[in-house]
Design a binder for this molecule. Structure first.
Ligand SMILES: Cc1ncc(COP(=O)(O)O)c(C=O)c1O
Length: 421
């Protein structure tokens, strides 16, 4: 069936009309501001949100592509943001970072760097050899995307009982065509940090690149540790770690699109640059996949990081930690409910051995909560941020009712499927 196509507007429309139209379209959206979505959006407090928004609008037109030749303001802010990240992740002298548009781009860039470093080491002729990456089953699909685009084979290894990557399951998958292995900090599905120290030893042993995907938790985990809720260390202090991806637009509380990728060695970043010199307009060179990038995202990240500072992120960590504990406690009080992993940050994953949690998910959806799901084990999932705090009581009440209904239904018969997009 062909869908009717919208005709290109003949006449222009005034702002008031457009605004009313746009706002009207949100009537069917889930109420994310009041914690009804377990993913997609992150929030600290109103002040941080407003500062990010104002800083973004201040540099709304500037293009970060031109930061070295036109928008020196953007260039200087970008450098500061990257320096903050290098310090946060204990990067040694000689390390370098790149500001990108999101976790998927950061991961793509790190994998390209790893591939190009592998080729540089092997010399001429190595390019044609089929290469692979060795990753835990919990790795984000951004690795599949990078592998698809760069013709890499993906080899996925299993987990330990605590849902962290098992280095011994990855070890036999590594061969002389492996360009990189991976650990997440934390992984998206179960919210736990992989054993980066052991993966670092494995990487050194095998002579391969270790990438740490700290996209979701990287800009927050160090502050959990600082306030005395230790999350496992994951950064450049482990010598095998060669690159780290960390998103500002998740638990850095910066406006989208904003992510960072760091390389232990600036040569890796140099090598992985995209350089084209054949066209009439001269040499074109970027460290990112994107060409044009929003200057607003750089300015907003700079403003949010400077607004919060270490004390602001520690305060956020305190509030996030307390809120997550309260949710975990409330969920545990529902009979039959079980956590599939002990959360290292604020990503929670839980289900039951007594009833099919997917039935409860259907009931939650009927009550206006978007359920995020894991398939193996069958579970509900959420990335808790501060907009979830006021929703806790209503959530737990509805979850209790949803579970009562789930208990009456045949396991494996719900219509819902685990999807993430
Ligand atoms: C662990 C992890 N890596 C990578 C990504 C991809 O990030 P993005 O959606 O910004 O591309 C995500 C997104 O949730 C993630 O949780």
């Amino acid at each position: 069936m062909t869908e009717a196509r919208h005709a290109f507007p003949v006449e222009g429309r005034a702002w008031d009309d457009l605004l009313a139209d746009m706002r009207g379209r949100t009537s069917g959206d889930l109420d994310w501001k009041n914690g009804r979505t377990p993913l997609f959006v992150f929030r600290n407090d109103e002040e941080t949100y407003e500062i990010g928004k104002k800083a973004f609008m201040e540099f709304f037109s500037e293009n970060a592509l031109g930061r070295e030749r036109a928008f020196f303001s953007i260039g200087s802010m970008e450098k500061e943001v990257l320096d903050f990240g290098l310090s946060l992740f204990h990067a040694p002298t000689g390390a370098a970072g790149v500001f990108s548009t999101g976790g998927s781009e950061s991961i793509f860039l790190a994998m390209k760097a790893a591939r190009d470093a592998w080729r540089a080491k092997r010399g001429n002729g190595a390019a044609a050899v089929p290469l692979n990456i060795v990753i835990p089953i919990t790795a984000h699909p951004a690795f599949d995307k990078a592998a698809d685009a760069m013709d890499l084979e993906i080899r996925r290894g299993g987990l330990r009982a605590d849902m962290r990557a098992d280095p011994e399951a990855l070890r036999p998958l590594i061969d002389d065509r492996t360009i990189a292995i991976l650990g997440s900090a934390p992984c998206f599905p179960h919210g736990v940090v992989d054993p980066i120290e052991e993966l670092s030893a494995l990487a050194e042993d095998a002579g391969v690149w270790l990438h740490v995907d700290a996209c979701v938790g990287g800009w927050m985990a160090p502050f959990f540790t600082k306030i005395g809720r230790p999350t496992p260390d994951f950064d450049f202090r482990y010598p095998g770690v060669r690159s780290i991806s960390a998103d500002l637009h998740k638990f850095g509380f910066c406006p989208k699109p904003a992510s960072t990728v760091f390389y232990r060695d600036a040569d890796d970043m140099e090598r992985a640059k995209f350089v084209a010199d054949a066209w009439p307009s001269g040499r074109f060179q970027t460290s990112t996949l994107a060409g044009t990038r929003p200057g607003g995202a750089v300015a907003a990240s700079w403003a949010v990081l400077n607004h919060l500072g270490e004390s602001g992120y520690c305060a956020a960590a305190e509030r996030l930690g307390a809120m997550t504990d309260a949710y975990v406690e409330g969920i545990r009080e529902i009979p039959g409910m079980k956590f599939w992993a002990k959360p290292d940050l604020t990503l929670i994953n839980y289900g039951s051995d007594e009833f099919d949690i997917f039935h409860a998910a259907v009931e939650m959806y009927k009550r206006g909560w978007l359920p995020a799901l894991t398939r193996r084990p069958r579970g509900l999932h959420a990335m808790m941020s501060l907009m979830h705090a006021p929703a806790r009581e209503a959530f737990l009440k509805d979850l209790g009712e949803a579970v009562d209904i789930a208990r009456t239904l045949e396991p494996g018969t719900s219509s819902i499927e685990a999807v993430y997009s």
